[in-house]
Design a protein around this ligand. Structure first.
Ligand code: NAD
Length: 350
């Protein structure tokens, strides 16, 4: 990244965005960042308390689907780089609450950002942060992994809307020659993740003395990556990534949900009677696995965090930050809104 450059971060108050902002300030002391975030239930300015007084950091509360407000913030800041984390991100919500907000943020929001990048023309790079879920599902016994040329096959509304945003990025690069990069990362874990997602959700269940619910047989596989390894990959994409390219990001760490649950039980000294199997999620993808050879070869990226150590440190972070948990609970009412959706589902171990 050039010296003193200005980065417009959309969705920087969430899990990955806030880790990214703190990481960039550590690596690039002279960077300037504007964080444009709607502060939905998962957006949390507490995640950024370490940087809020940094004169090089600014915050605007705004919605990416509000083209007028986005434009005003964008033109006033005059960014050199743009990175978009803003998204509705929870698969369960996209199924049970509805997909409209997902369409507005994950597709219309991306369209609004692309239009600004198109109008500006001085933007060096726009990185669209996306997910491996756009590729659909792999067989449990297959040796295949998602590559950059794997066809999109989203199975849930969340993934379909992310794929829609990614397609727009591709089209704006091909049609208007915009310097857009799309990344597809696997499941992240680390501090500051809203506790509806598997790992913090399970940790908080343990703290509340509740069992760990697993969808179906618990054998759905995810390819886990520590959030700061993802942030470094994104930094390299901004710095050295080739416009128009797609990069898949993953740490070769496939584990099924049952294995994750057992690790958490072990940490809390609980036996397997603390597991409960609940009715499977509709459209539940069986396995995700990322082939990250391209970003390793082209940008020299390597994941640096050992899973066991980073996973232990992540559990410890939630234990050490009861005030963060308390505030999330207070601000968002229930921190697992979808938990109620399990009511009425037959529990095998009940
Ligand atoms: N968490 C993962 O494991 C993972 C893996 C791969 C890719 N991703 C992608 O990374 C990005 C960030 O994910 P996350 O886990 O940090 O999500 P998150 O839910 O923790 O954060 C999303 C952020 O976006 C903001 N936001 C939502 N709608 C907005 C809107 N309309 N306008 C402006 N801001 C809005 C929220 O307030 C929040 O701060 C998403 O695009 C997601 O698809 C996440």
């Amino acid at each position: 990244m050039d010296k003193g450059k200005r980065i417009f971060v959309a969705g920087g108050a969430g899990f990955i965005g806030s880790n990214f902002i703190k990481y960039i300030f550590k690596k690039h002391k002279d960077a300037r960042i504007l964080n444009y975030d709607k502060l939905t239930y998962s957006g949390n300015l507490d995640n950024l308390k370490d940087v809020k007084n940094n004169p090089r950091y600014g915050f605007v509360k705004g919605d990416v689907s509000d083209a007028k407000k986005l434009k005003a913030a964008f033109w006033e800041f005059k960014p050199d780089y743009v990175i978009n984390f803003a998204a509705e991100t929870h698969v369960d919500r996209s199924i049970h609450v509805g997909a409209l907000e997902f369409i507005k943020t994950n597709i219309e929001g991306v369209f609004n950002i692309l239009e600004l990048v198109k109008a500006d023309r001085k933007i060096k790079k726009y990185v669209q942060v996306s997910t491996d879920e756009v590729y659909g599902s792999l067989g449990l016994n297959s040796k295949n992994k998602f590559r950059e040329d794997t066809a999109f096959a989203p199975n849930v509304p969340y993934a379909a809307t992310k794929a829609g945003g990614d397609m727009l990025c591709r089209a704006y690069n091909k049609t208007f020659n915009l310097p857009v990069i799309v990344t597809h990362c696997s499941n992240n874990y680390g501090p500051n993740q809203y506790p509806e997602k598997l790992i913090p959700f399970f940790i908080l269940r343990m703290l509340e003395g509740k069992k760990l619910p697993l969808y179906g047989d618990g054998r759905n596989v995810r390819d886990w990556i520590y959030v700061l390894d993802h942030c470094e990959a994104l930094r390299l994409c901004l710095l050295k990534g080739k416009p128009g390219e797609v990069y898949n990001i993953g740490a070769d760490n496939e584990m099924d949900n049952l294995q994750i649950a057992k690790l958490i039980l072990k940490y809390f000294n609980k036996d397997e009677s603390w597991l409960e199997f609940v009715k499977d999620r509709p459209g539940h993808d069986r396995r995700y696995a990322i082939a990250a050879a391209k970003i390793k070869k082209d940008l020299g990226w390597r994941p640096k965090h050992d899973f066991r150590k980073a996973f232990g440190a992540t559990i410890k972070w939630y234990l050490d930050n009861p005030a963060w948990i308390q505030r999330v609970r207070k601000r968002t009412g229930v921190f697992n809104p979808h938990i109620d959706l399990w009511k009425g589902h037959a529990l095998k171990n009940k």
